[in-house]
Write a protein that binds this ligand. Structure first.
Ligand SMILES: [Zn+2]
Length: 391
């Protein structure tokens, strides 16, 4: 099966605009009603949450606390991981009679459950199959709001405020019920493994982010002629994160990335993070392409802007990953980085064959007209104009 790019774009790219137009606004209002007062509460609760990389409270006397990571704020949250696990298994069940996708293989439903656990888990899966399996995590506003809400309430033991009033997430009653039923089963059988893998992934990518994050963010903002977000970008690390392995939602800008997806490992994780975050600053380049097409009365090349994002992130990351010091300072990702350095880093779009699936012309114009801009030899406007006119 042909897989979508890292973060699927035509559909998801529409999301940023959707939120700004009346149609989207109506959906948001409806969903706000659906979710009750959850969003307002989320703001209150969010202030109480501690991201993973805030310094811990106790340190040996001579050891200074580690500085927080720049650019990103990583989370491995129980509720969001549970939600994605139920969603993934519900989709597997829905597709039981058709060929399963590569991303779904190796994620079989849980075994070794007691009869009571099996009943709880199955009823939660049945609810997800009926309610959410047909919705896309990356474009459905309902799924996006649920995802954000579960992220914000990650430290809560329950989602109804049973133990703590501020933990009433205001989610739809049946969803809350399904999550409450599935939570003890997930906690007993899968969560430890998922959380460990998430934290391992974070530990592997953290040194790369610490060393390169600020420079990369400045460079990408400069390329797209805009500002990088002032606040650190929240990254929810989950075992499963859509068929693309990672996705980004806007307003607020948040990245969700799978710790288990083979496309997101070691130094490649850095490219995934910066490609995803680039979605949050890509409006300008998208508009510039559209404007140029309108002026020339040409149809807008579908996903050219997304190919440009892939190309740019790959090219900006490539020299960093090739530096010999990677193998010494990248923590557990060191050996992988070293291997990449030895063999030459291959950007995601090349590695995953995206340019061979209808983007051949895009690669040609990007190499010919966008690369000179990245090299500082032509202006942004000229590069865009040349690309559009050559297609
Ligand atoms: Zn993307």
């Amino acid at each position: 099966m042909i897989r979508s790019p890292l973060s699927d774009s035509p559909r998801r790219s529409a999301f940023g605009h959707l939120l700004r137009y009346p149609f989207g606004a109506t959906i948001v209002v409806l969903l706000m009603r659906l979710l009750g007062t959850s969003i307002r509460r989320a703001v209150v609760v969010l202030a109480c949450l501690l991201p993973l990389f805030l310094p811990p409270t106790c340190f040996a006397q001579d050891e200074p606390p580690p500085a927080p990571l720049p650019v990103y704020e990583f989370h491995s949250g129980f509720w969001l991981n549970l939600h994605h696990t139920l969603y993934r298994q519900a989709r597997q069940q829905r597709n039981a009679n058709s060929a399963s996708t590569a991303a779904d293989s190796g994620n079989a439903p849980m075994s070794n459950l007691s009869p009571a656990e099996q009943r709880s888990w199955s009823s939660a899966i049945a609810f997800y199959t009926k309610t959410y399996a047909d919705k896309d995590l990356t474009v459905s506003l309902e799924m996006i709001l649920i995802k954000n809400q579960l992220g914000d309430f990650e430290t809560c033991e329950d989602l109804v405020g049973f133990k703590k009033k501020s933990c009433d997430a205001g989610l739809p009653a049946k969803l809350t019920e399904a999550l409450a039923a599935a939570a003890p089963v997930y906690r007993a059988h899968l969560w430890k493994e998922h959380d460990r893998a998430n934290r391992r992934w974070i530990s592997a990518v953290a040194p790369l982010v610490r060393r390169n994050g600020v420079d990369l963010s400045h460079r990408l903002a400069e390329i797209y002629q805009t500002n990088w977000p002032k606040e650190r970008i929240r990254v929810d690390v989950t075992s499963f994160a859509s068929s693309t392995g990672a996705y980004t939602t806007l307003e607020p800008l948040r990245v969700t990335v799978s710790s288990a997806d083979p496309r997101n490992q070691a130094a490649q994780a850095l490219e995934v993070l910066f490609h995803e975050a680039s979605h949050g600053i890509a409006d300008g380049v998208q508009e510039a392409i559209f404007r140029e097409c309108r002026q020339r009365d040409k149809p807008i090349p579908r996903d050219l802007w997304h190919a440009l994002l892939f190309y740019t992130t790959g090219e900006v990351i490539r020299p960093l990953v090739l530096t010999p010091t990677d193998s010494n300072s990248a923590g557990s990702s060191g050996s992988a980085s070293s291997n990449l350095a030895a063999s030459g880093y291959v950007p995601y779009a090349v590695r995953e064959g995206l340019y061979k699936r209808g983007w051949e012309d895009y690669l040609r114009v990007l190499t010919q007209y966008w690369q000179p801009y990245l090299d500082g030899n032509v202006s942004y406007d000229d590069a865009i104009a040349h690309m559009v006119s050559a297609l």
